[in-house]
Design a protein around this ligand. Structure first.
Ligand code: HEC
Ligand SMILES: [Cu+2]
Length: 503
């Protein structure tokens, strides 16, 4: 902090201010004396604004008419925790980050006092986005330590507005926590809700890394590069966590006034486990969007979100750029108490064993098994002894098929019967065409055929409904290797290929 005080830019700015060469947003203008208010404004009732520290919000404006509202906002430079074991010299409006929440009504004439505490080291001012007028109040509120400035503005537009310091170097003043929200209620007010909260996101450019203990100071180089170690809600890591969480009860309607102070980083504001029933986009308080999951809030902008809480639990507020939430601090909690509604949200119903990864491992092992079987088959095929044995097995099986079916016509010795059943033993017809042999057994045969010079003209019934592919392969292997015939074994695949052919 002390080092940052000596920042050359700041020294330059101070020099400029002291010598009266200030630019629009940085320095004082001539003091013009109290404004002469017209009778209709003088006729308005006068009231003191109630200001609140975050996460609290002043009560709704009950009035349905304009008033002269007096606001006293005090600037204080305070040392406070930014995270566990991490301290920071915050520059604040009202002693907190974000600054005090200000609530007025459209049409109100505000007599605004900016009081800079005598213990402050620096001058400060305020630019309220709710103000219509050059600098948003900044030029009228440049205030040295131990001084108080006053200016008047009329709130012409309803909305939720960011206010911030605009003293040079502006990003440093905002980066040290000088921002807050002012709500200008529409003339007819806002729909009533049960709970209202005030949350602002802002980032901190500390010289140390996230979590590095001790008093941290502002790092201008990191600010220029937009590399903040901290992006937080309400001025500190954990400001809305645990005991400090915001709360509601089941059935209540919650409204959050959410703003981004920046100085640079926008927010993808989201509440985990809730849906915003209404979002007033960019806090324009006219037509709300409905049923929104995440709403984008610009730096120096705000939003108003509303939702009914239907079930109990802890609902996490985040910037859904999630490393900001989980690594830099932009995480808060809304704790909702009440009776569960297990239809809306059951909670965990069942915890059963799920074999996802193991099933994968299982199918991997099945693939491996098939692969090994293929290797064995390849080895067997390459090994003549085993291949021969397999053929022997096939011949024996095929003989069984033959002796149960074919023998009745073709005779056990394969010689057939003259003029009725052609021979298979030594059959030139059989041995000439293996595929035709398969087709004959599967599909049957009729019409004239000449075998070994002798003519037959009869019919053989199809066997495809009777024999499996393997049985056909086996019986043909037998027939091809019995009674002096010679030939390779048939395979089930060869049979299958022909079975699938149409006639
Ligand atoms: C019901 C009697 C019958 C049965 C059972 C029978 N066949 Fe035939 N088979 C015939 C007849 C008859 C022909 C000649 C058809 C023609 O004249 O067109 C024939 C022809 C053949 C032929 C072609 C001609 C040749 O001799 O080469 C083959 C091969 C054959 N049969 C194999 C078989 C096998 C193997 C079986 C057992 C799965 C079988 N047959 C069962 C009656 C039969
Ligand atoms: Cu300031």
């Amino acid at each position: 902090m002390r080092r940052s005080l000596m920042h050359p830019l700041l020294v330059l700015a101070c020099g400029a201010l002291l010598s009266g060469r200030a630019s629009a947003n940085e320095g004082p203008t001539d003091v013009q004396g109290p404004v002469v208010l017209p009778p209709e404004v003088l006729a308005m009732p006068v009231e003191q604004a109630i200001l609140t520290a975050p996460p609290h919000v002043p009560p709704p404006v009950a009035r349905r008419h304009a008033a002269r509202v007096v606001v006293h906002l005090e600037v204080r430079e305070v040392v406070a925790p930014l995270a566990d074991g991490v301290e920071y010299t915050f520059w604040t409006y009202g002693g907190t980050v974000p600054g005090s929440f200000i609530r007025i009504r459209e049409g109100d004439v505000v007599e605004f006092h900016l009081d800079n505490h005598p213990s402050s080291k620096l001058p400060h001012n305020i630019d309220l986005h709710a103000v219509t007028g050059a600098g948003g109040g900044a030029t009228s509120t440049f205030t040295a330590p131990g001084h108080s400035s006053q200016f008047t503005f009329q709130a012409l537009n309803p909305g939720l507005y960011v206010y911030h310091c605009a003293t040079a170097p502006v990003p440093m003043h905002i980066g040290n926590g000088m921002y807050g929200l002012i709500l200008v209620e529409p003339k007819d007010g806002l729909p009533p809700v049960d709970k209202e909260y005030y949350v602002m996101q802002g980032e901190f450019y500390t010289t140390g890394k996230y979590g590095e203990e001790g008093l941290q100071s502002f790092d201008m180089a990191k600010a220029i590069d937009e590399r903040p170690p901290y992006i937080v809600f309400n001025g500190a890591v954990g400001s809305l966590v645990g005991d400090k969480a915001i709360t509601a009860a089941v059935g209540e309607h919650v409204r959050i006034y959410f703003g981004v102070g920046g100085p640079n980083v926008t927010s993808s504001f989201h509440v985990i486990g809730e849906i915003f029933d209404r979002v007033y986009p960019e806090a324009g308080l006219s037509l709300p969007n409905r049923n929104v999951q995440t709403t984008l809030v610009p730096s120096g902008g705000a939003t108003v979100v509303e939702f009914k809480v239907d079930v109990p639990g802890t609902f996490i507020l985040v910037d859904h750029s999630l490393t900001r939430a989980f690594n830099k601090g932009a995480l808060g909690m809304l704790k909702v108490a009440g009776e569960p509604n297990r239809v809306i949200y059951s909670g965990k119903e069942i915890d059963a064993v799920y074999l996802g990864a193991q099933a994968d491992a299982g199918s991997a092992s099945a693939r491996r098994e098939a692969d090994l079987k293929r290797q064995i088959a390849a080895e067997i095929k390459a090994n003549p002894a085993i291949a021969g044995l397999r053929k022997e097995v096939q011949i024996e099986k095929g003989k069984q098929v033959y002796m149960g079916l074919c023998f009745a016509c073709h005779q056990p010795d394969g010689k057939g019967l003259p003029a009725a059943f052609p021979p298979l033993a030594g059959s030139d017809y059989l041995l000439a065409d293996r595929e035709r042999a398969i087709r004959t057994v599967l599909k049957g045969m009729s019409g004239p055929v000449t075998v070994n010079g002798k003519r037959y003209d009869s019919a053989m019934p199809p066997q495809e409904a009777v024999l499996t592919d393997q049985q056909v392969a086996d019986v043909l292997t037998y027939v091809y290797n019995a009674w002096g015939n010679q030939g390779d074994a048939f395979t089930a695949d060869q049979v299958k290929a022909i079975r699938s052919q149409t006639n």
